[in-house]
Ligand binder design. Structure first.
Ligand code: AMP
Ligand code: MG
Length: 497
């Protein structure tokens, strides 16, 4: 029975809640209520996520729902809380962090945790105001749903609710709350927290909870002599490797791959200064605060491994044998290249593998990098070339025509080996399904943000619609699929959010 169930002012979302993470007990969390934001309004919402939660079709019609998702009214059946974690930030141990502005409502019967990000201060706010600004909330909302549309594991977002309440960053801005949804928001940093504090009982309880809930196969494994914790580390390594392969293939730069921003389920989590590459630059740094380039695009796969190593160290008291822990991490090194090549082969329209594919992939990436060719447009035009045989639009992207022609010849020969000419349209279909026409480029987000600041939220809805199905053509939406304007390269996105 919830403490808040009798609260007459509570909003009933029509969702049944279960204890979820709260069963772990007070060492893991602090119960608290969100801090209300005044005069809330809807900024954006996802019907798809509403459907996942089982909300009724008219869920946004109620003022009390709007108030509840902005922290002013409790949600019936919930006992909200913030969780504690620690982590390594920019390669340095940062000590205790925790949910400084995300407040968990609870977990639905369907197994989805629901969080209000930007809902006020918590014991883990460390001097922060517990708020999120409209700008970063729009970016997180749209990118969560964009990643899902791309088929990339991610936390989801139900909605953004805004308020004219002032929030101070480099300049005054306004506040917003993103209602985030995921099977679990547990991070590597949750494990690091209890390991660093030598709280082995809590560390074990957390690992057991995560294994039983999300990795039950580890209980019956015969890997590592039946060591469930080692099998768990291996499974997380594999999921993380598969995630990183998808990021690299689509050209997604996360920007703040601290261990507290690494999901134990291998989801993309905590959207801050992320960027989808415009021109292909492997060394691109999307976070203006990352002066050393620790989280540059081409560093991401190595950083993920470094982060997994931190997780391994945290799990060592449970795994016991250091060599076993190292062996469990090894899977990353096998899975990442395999998954990455698989994703890139699909982008090339190839369904089988052949010797020389790696050279074909490296060859095209080298050409793209040499001239910083637009990554998304290149792949889409190459797909079109597969469909209609016209190489000119894709060729036009390169100054080094001879270099590109040589690569295209090897690409065509590879396809000729793989299939008869009649199968060309199958290859084109695969390419259109593997190479999105729409990604959330910085300038597109920026335009939607600027309009939203003037209370025009149509840009958010338009982008959401395109990004939910980014592989579809969406006739009439050329403006969202074109080259970025010159001013796009001047957008500076920092950790400030
Ligand atoms: P991030 O880099 O956004 O993942 O945040 C790192 C840590 O800082 C987490 O513990 C966040 O909860 C906390 N944090 C970030 N912004 C704020 C804020 N405005 N108020 C309180 N805590 C914050
Ligand atoms: Mg974070």
């Amino acid at each position: 029975m919830s403490l808040l169930a009798e609260d007459t002012a509570a909003a009933d979302l029509g969702v049944r809640w279960k204890p979820g993470f709260r069963v772990l007990g007070p060492a893991f969390l602090t119960e608290l209520r969100p801090t209300p934001l005044p005069d809330p309004y809807w900024v954006g919402h996802s019907d798809a996520v509403a459907g996942l939660l089982g909300l009724s079709a008219d869920w946004r019609q109620s003022d009390s729902t709007l108030a509840a998702l902005t922290g002013s009214v409790p949600v019936a059946g919930t006992q909200p809380f913030a969780t504690v974690y620690s982590g390594h930030q920019f390669g340095v141990w940062a000590g205790q962090l925790g949910d400084g502005r995300a407040i968990m409502l609870g977990e639905t019967e369907g197994g989805l945790e629901v969080q209000l990000k930007g809902a006020g201060r918590t014991p883990y706010s460390r001097g922060g105001d517990g708020r999120a600004v409209l700008r970063s909330s729009i970016r997180e909302f749209l990118c969560s749903e964009a990643m899902h549309g791309l088929g990339i594991p991610t936390t989801r977002a139900l909605c953004i609710t805004g308020s004219d309440a002032r929030v101070y960053r480099e300049e005054p801005e306004t506040a917003a709350v993103v209602t985030r949804v995921a099977p679990s928001f547990i991070r590597f940093g949750h494990f690091e927290h209890f390991a660093a504090n030598q709280r082995d009982a809590e560390l074990r309880a957390l690992a057991d909870y995560v294994i039983d809930r999300y990795y039950p196969a580890c209980r019956t494994t015969d890997r590592f002599g039946g060591n469930a914790y080692a099998a768990f580390l291996e499974a997380v390594s594999e999921r993380t490797a598969a995630l990183l392969a998808q990021w690299q293939a689509v050209g997604f730069c996360h920007g703040v791959m601290n261990t507290d921003n690494m999901s134990i389920l291998g989801l993309t989590i905590d959207y801050g200064p992320f960027q989808f590459l415009d021109g292909f630059d492997p060394r691109h740094i999307c976070n203006h605060s990352d002066t050393s380039g620790r989280y540059a695009f081409n560093q991401q796969p190595n950083v993920a491994y470094w982060n997994l190593f931190c997780l391994a160290q945290a799990l060592l008291p449970l795994i016991v044998d250091q060599e076993v822990a190292v062996a469990a991490l090894e899977s990353y090194k096998a899975v990442f290249p395999r998954e990455f090549e698989g994703r890139m082969r699909a982008k090339l329209g190839l369904t089988d593998s052949a010797e020389g594919d790696r050279a074909l992939i490296e060859g095209v990436l080298k050409l793209l990098a040499a001239e910083k060719v637009d990554y998304t447009i290149f792949w889409r035009r190459l797909s079109q070339h597969m469909a209609d045989g016209n190489a000119e639009p894709v060729r036009d992207l390169f100054l080094d025509r001879a270099g590109f022609d040589a690569w295209l010849l090897s690409f065509s020969e590879r396809h000729a080996q793989a299939r008869s000419p009649g199968q060309r349209s199958e290859a084109a279909d695969l390419m259109f399904k593997s190479n999105p026409r729409f990604v959330l480029r910085n300038h597109l987000g920026q335009q939607a943000i600027e309009a939203a600041a003037q209370k025009d939220f149509s840009g958010v809805a338009t982008l959401l619609n395109l990004l939910e199905t980014p592989f579809e053509e969406h006739p009439g939406a050329d403006a969202y699929a074109g080259f970025p304007p010159d001013w796009a390269s001047t957008i500076e996105i920092s950790c400030s959010s």
